[in-house]
Design a protein around this ligand. Structure first.
Ligand SMILES: *[C@@H]1O[C@H](CO)[C@@H](O)[C@H](O)[C@H]1NC(C)=O
Ligand SMILES: *[C@@H]1O[C@H](CO)[C@@H](O)[C@H](O)[C@H]1NC(C)=O
Ligand SMILES: *[C@@H]1O[C@H](CO)[C@@H](O)[C@H](O)[C@H]1NC(C)=O
Length: 420
């Protein structure tokens, strides 16, 4: 992307952050992500179907697979990620033979991997895919196998839909063979200017209902990784931090200090766990009690139920700022040093974020002004409120996602010299 284009995108993101605080595959709506077919999308009466209760996914045993590679291929693999203004972390993967390069963001909140398709059966559906986007063309790949089954996934910014195809996916120095993925022919406009062309899902697919194994599942099944674990180190833009790293197959001790605090998963198909309590380091009389949370790479900040977020921000001394239908909170720079730590008690351990970790500054803000990076969301009646811990949390805590043991682990991310 050239510079003027980047500047335009930046402005878009600033506007977006003020109103939604979200990425194209936004968290705020992660909870309503549903997989539906293209046909159902076109059939309004059936749009709001209940998500069926899924059984827990038991991880496939690598040694049950006839396709498995030799054990020497099983080692942890680091994927270096580019950080776009703390709002998006992405990397290149390739699909097909010869390899077609495509930029993807990694999403812990969804399972399918999709890339823009060069094959657009209908001009009417083409509106959103254009310009700098890289596309996959099945006609120029010798390892492509047709599948054709439709896919659809809903994100905050809208719906991505198309059909499934099968091909080799290569990244992290290895090749996942015969991966089923989505070729997108409908994509929300917002993706058109984004640094990532597609999304690689690191969530849970429903094998029992005929969904395919995820890219990560297939890496394990094909013997490419020593363990069904992946971990993120996310750096801070504008600092001397080393590059961000997604480690596949385990953890990379270069990027964290101390022991992991583990929490078992509390939902069958999400990276969801229980927080015992959310508190502030200086207020003995203030605490938010037991709640559910997901660690979500679709979110740049921390999102929680509005009433609790309001109480928390008030207690922090943040000033409310109405932006459209969204209430945000701001701090002045002089406040930052005296703000308490935000503490999450998980499995009896304290995970503590300083104001430097939870306050957010966006390009274009008045100098010396910061947003509180704790943002409210209204939950529907009957919907379980779930906190989304996004990039700001993950920059503070190196996070491992352990699919085999159905747990998630947090350790203090290594701190490098920071410039503010
Ligand atoms: C590419 O995929 C589309 C949709 O499945 C299909 O119509 C087309 O024939 C495919 N191309 C090849 C070379 O198979
Ligand atoms: C987490 O799950 C494991 C295995 O099911 C169990 O042994 C352990 O006690 C659980 N830990 C907590 C804190 O519930
Ligand atoms: C699925 O996992 C959750 C959380 O670990 C557990 O409470 C539940 O009993 C499990 N359900 C089944 C069907 O194994």
């Amino acid at each position: 992307m050239n510079l003027p284009a980047a500047a335009v995108l930046l402005l878009t993101l600033v506007t977006v952050s003020a109103t939604h605080i979200s990425l194209p595959f936004s968290p705020a709506r992660t909870m309503t992500r549903q997989h539906k077919s293209v046909e159902k999308l076109l059939e309004p009466s059936r749009r709001n179907q209940e998500r069926p209760q899924r059984p827990n996914q038991t991880f496939p045993k690598p040694n049950q697979s006839p396709n498995r590679n030799s054990q020497t291929n099983a080692k942890t693999r680091d994927v270096y990620l580019k950080n776009f203004y703390n709002k998006l972390y992405f990397a290149s993967i390739t699909i097909g033979t010869p390899e077609q390069k495509i930029n993807v963001a990694f999403d812990t909140g969804s399972a399918i991997t999709w890339v823009p398709s060069a094959h657009c059966p209908s001009r009417r559906l083409l509106h959103s895919i254009s310009g700098i986007t890289k596309e996959y063309n099945n006609e120029s790949s010798s390892t492509y196998k047709a599948n054709g089954k439709p896919f659809e996934v809903s994100y905050g910014a809208g719906t991505v839909a198309g059909y499934r195809s099968q091909d080799n996916v290569a990244f992290a120095g290895t090749t996942v063979r015969n991966q089923i993925f989505g070729e997108a022919i409908i994509r929300p406009k917002m993706f058109a200017g984004s640094m990532n062309d597609g999304i690689l899902g690191l969530g849970f697919s429903n094998i029992d209902e005929g969904e395919e194994f995820t890219v990560f599942d297939n890496m394990v099944i094909q013997g490419l990784l020593p363990a069904p674990i992946f971990s993120f180190y996310l750096n801070r833009a504008g600092t001397d931090d080393p590059d961000s790293v997604l480690t596949l197959g385990g953890t990379n001790p270069d990027y964290y200090n101390g022991d992991f605090t583990f929490a078992n998963l509390t939902a069958p198909d999400r990276w969801q766990f229980e927080i015992d309590r959310i508190q502030l380091s200086n207020s003995k009389d203030f605490a938010l009690s037991k709640c559910q949370a997901v660690v979500d790479t679709g979110s740049s900040l921390i999102v929680g139920p509005s009433n609790e977020v309001d109480a928390l921000n008030k207690r922090l001394g943040a000033k409310p700022l109405q932006r459209g239908d969204r209430k945000l909170y701001t701090f002045d720079r002089y406040q930052l040093n005296s703000l308490p730590n935000l503490e999450f008690i998980v499995n009896g351990q304290k995970l503590s974020m300083t104001s430097r970790d939870y306050a957010a500054q966006f390009p274009g803000m008045r100098s010396g002004q910061f947003y509180s990076g704790i943002v409210g969301k209204e939950f529907q009646r009957g919907e379980t409120p779930v906190w989304s811990l996004g990039f700001s949390f993950m920059r503070t805590f190196y996070t491992q996602f352990d699919k085999g043991n159905r747990r998630i682990g947090f350790a203090k991310a290594s701190s490098f010299i920071r410039i503010y």
